[in-house]
Design a protein around this ligand. Structure first.
Ligand code: FAD
Length: 490
């Protein structure tokens, strides 16, 4: 299915994350010559897998999950069926106890006791009586309205504020509304009673697809299907020149050398605010001002290599409490045994932060020490089991949906829409809270806009159909379907 349309136009794709590479793959299929420009020394962006002395880990465990069957088949086919179906078993650590995540009403009620459960229910009923959905703007209002104030305070507030670094009254409800859609306490209880109804909610997910060698296999496989000489690594976009509502050239620096390309089309997946600042001539001051207000939440990842086969059997463990320096941990070998050398494991800890704050600026030694101390205190590891540690700082991990972001986003995107040969796509590129599937679909949509036709994605999932019959390993123990109504986890 290569080059069917015989186009011979050039296109530049800025960024080789999962959006950029998906776009480049389909551009090539549609006869364009895509040039991919990526700052990092490997492809994948946020969805890459790091290989550190035989320990493999994602930048925070990435599960692949989609409701688009064609996309799922495309990804499975891309992976040549080297993937697992992993059962999700996660816990929240709260008040020295573990509680199942996603929250299951009975489990949550048991955890807090009879009195507190009654308060949850009465708060919820009270809220239902005075509910006015039109005025909901913040995350706090959204959750309180659907679950009642006391349940919000016990289960939602702490973790949300740890993830976002903002008070829940300052976080736009868009973020949570996208994630848990139409759910409220009554529906959650109903679905817990009648498990069959739980499949109606998009977030009720207890299994996910995971490549045997880590999530980065998706982009690694995309890369092998793109003309290798067209993927420029360690190449940073520095200037995006424009004239008369057209992008005229892109300047990038690769290993100290400056290059210029003048493509007919551009798909940008690099962070929106970075993209705006690279424009030459500079956009009007109010556009740059709006772009500057689109902030991101950043991440420090501290990964500890441990001389033990396993420290827990969870997919993730969440830590809402402030005293614990990280918000979430996962153990890659629980997702695929190939992620760690035999008899050893790694614990990946996510420390949410802002660039330049005390977490971001702490030395690697301090970060490792803090993490080791905390994991020892929590009983996950012993100090003498530590083999090695690695610290990574990840900028632009989460688009920050502060109240007011919508207006800034519209201002910036409205301005950029004037450029007739520019498409924005992806999570950082379009400032959208996309997971990988939506990021890929946004890359496909950008190509459809250039090509002026719909891509028949279903056809791309069938090329290796004969290997479909291979049994997939089912990893871990079977899990019950449960509503993801806490929805606070990124
Ligand atoms: C901790 C964490 C956990 C997640 N878990 C999941 C999950 O379980 N499931 C899921 O589906 N999604 C998950 N996601 C979301 C997922 O990572 C993203 O949706 C997806 O990777 C976004 O891809 P992208 O290509 O749009 O953006 P990015 O991956 O950010 O790609 C942008 C690329 O542009 C490059 N770039 C930036 N500036 C320049 C420049 N000046 N010049 C050249 N290149 C540049 C960057 O290096 C990067 O490679 C998670 C995200 C995080 C942070």
């Amino acid at each position: 299915m290569v080059n069917t349309t015989g186009r011979d136009e050039t296109a530049a794709v800025l960024g080789a994350g999962i959006t950029g590479l998906t776009a480049a793959y389909f551009l090539q299929q549609y006869g364009y010559s895509p040039l991919v420009i990526e700052r990092d020394n490997q492809v994948g962006g946020l969805a890459k897998t790091v290989n550190y002395n035989g320990f493999r880990f994602d930048l925070g465990g990435h599960r692949f999950l989609t409701s688009n069957a064609d996309l799922e088949r495309f990804v499975k086919n891309l992976l040549n069926h080297r993937y697992l179906v992993v059962n999700r078993t996660s816990n929240i650590y709260l008040n020295n106890r573990y509680i199942k995540y996603p929250l299951q009403p009975w489990n949550a009620f048991r955890h807090v006791g009879y009195r507190q459960s009654l308060t949850f229910l009465s708060d919820y009923i009270l809220q239902k009586c005075k509910s006015n959905r039109d005025n909901v703007r913040s995350l706090e209002e959204w959750v309180v309205q659907r679950f009642g104030r006391s349940l919000y305070e016990v289960f939602f507030k702490g973790y949300s504020e740890k993830v976002w670094g903002l008070d829940c009254t300052q976080i736009d409800s868009d973020w949570i509304a996208q994630r848990i859609q139409n759910l409220n306490l009554a529906k959650a209880i109903k679905s817990a009673i009648s498990k069959r109804t739980s499949k109606h909610y998009a977030t009720l997910t207890d299994k996910f697809l995971y490549p045997t060698d880590g999530i980065g296999s998706i982009t690694d496989n995309l890369r092998t299907r793109i003309d290798a000489s067209n993927v420029k690594l360690e190449a940073e976009v520095q200037r995006i020149s424009h004239n008369n509502h057209r992008i005229t050239s892109i300047d990038y620096v690769q290993q100290g050398q400056r290059y210029r390309t003048a493509p007919e089309h551009i798909i940008s997946t690099i962070p929106l605010s970075v993209m705006v600042k690279r424009l030459d001539p500079q956009p009007p001051t109010h556009i740059v001002g709006a772009a500057n207000k689109l902030r991101s939440r950043d991440l420090v990842l501290v990964t500890l290599m441990v001389n033990r086969p396993q420290v827990s059997n969870d997919s993730w463990v969440y830590f809402p409490e402030k005293e614990v320096p990280f918000g979430r941990i996962h153990e890659p070998r629980n997702w695929s045994e190939r992620m760690a050398p035999k008899g050893k494991t790694a614990v990946v800890t996510e420390h949410f932060c802002f660039r330049g704050d005390t977490t971001w600026s702490a030395s690697n030694e301090q970060l490792v020490q803090r993490t080791v101390d905390s994991l020892c205190k929590l009983g996950f590891i012993q100090p003498d089991e530590l083999i090695d540690a690695v610290v990574l700082r990840i900028a632009n991990a989460y688009p920050l949906f502060e109240i007011g972001y919508r207006e800034h986003c519209e201002t910036v995107c409205g301005y950029l829409s004037q450029f007739e040969n520019l498409n924005l796509a992806g999570r950082t590129g379009a400032f959208r809270y996309y997971n990988m599937d939506h990021a890929m679909l946004s890359g496909i949509e950008a190509v459809e806009q250039l090509a002026g036709e719909k891509i028949p994605l279903a056809q791309y999932g069938h090329a290796n159909e004969e290997i479909n019959s291979r049994p997939n390993a089912i990893h871990g123990e079977s899990n019950e379907m449960c509503p993801d109504y806490s929805g606070v986890a990124p």
